[in-house]
Design a protein around this ligand. Sequence first.
Ligand SMILES: NC(=O)c1ccc[n+]([C@@H]2O[C@H](COP(=O)([O-])OP(=O)(O)OC[C@H]3O[C@@H](n4cnc5c(N)ncnc54)[C@H](OP(=O)(O)O)[C@@H]3O)[C@@H](O)[C@H]2O)c1
Length: 228
Amino acid sequence: MRFLVLGRGKTGSLVAEVATERKHHVRVAASKENVACAALTPENLRDIDAVIDFTAPHCAAANIEASVRAGKNMVVGTTGWYGEIDRIRNLVESQGTGMVYAANFSVGVNLFFEVARAAAAALRHDYSGQIFERHHVQKKDAPSGTAIAIQKVIREAAHANEDLEITSFREGDVVGLHEVVFESAADRIYLCHDAKSRRGFAEGAVRAAEWLAGKKGCYDFKDIWREL
Ligand SMILES: NC(=O)c1ccc[n+]([C@@H]2O[C@H](COP(=O)([O-])OP(=O)(O)OC[C@H]3O[C@@H](n4cnc5c(N)ncnc54)[C@H](OP(=O)(O)O)[C@@H]3O)[C@@H](O)[C@H]2O)c1
């Protein structure tokens, strides 16, 4: 397939590397080449099958809009724009293109969501819950999209609008660590996912782009990763 990767940062670079390893043709547009979505005109996207976005919260929605209007499928790894999800979903559906988005494209984290979902029963048995997340100091959004997703999964599974506070730490070059702690008067339950590298994110995003070929509509990776 032919991919345009938006963002030549820590994750975008690895996405390009993984896609090349999987025998795809890859072009990368960094911020300089994509001022006001210049890389995303129908002309520039003519020979592209899907656009993969790992940029920054301030430009993600505009990148999606431009790619969708050019009729292209989109995989969005960038976080921090989900306030616009309803508008974007309507746009994708009305234009007849396909999109997969996720706060976290790692299969391991998506398994962790299942673990958290099962453990959420604790909230109905006199446990209180807390979420902690640690990331590198350059991360622009807090709390992390993954922590917010874990909070949502637990609240939905527990059928409780419990106070489930998220505490964020920004330190060193931590790739991404998420902990869920349930505490009762009698004991404490710890769940932890610790990303060792960004490779899991990159592989998930590339495999999502392969999966999306020929599909229409807006998908959350947590609902489709089992099909990869
Ligand atoms: N979903 C997941 O699995 C996952 C995993 C890791 C990260 N993320 C998210 O992905 C995003 C990127 O993370 P990162 O760690 O790779 O950040 P990063 O190292 O800061 O890289 C972001 C890159 O995007 C570039 N950029 C900014 N605006 C752009 C635009 N309009 N067009 C093209 N490129 C643009 C930046 O260039 P300049 O420096 O020149 O501005 C920078 O090189 C963040 O939102 C992060 O939370 C998601």
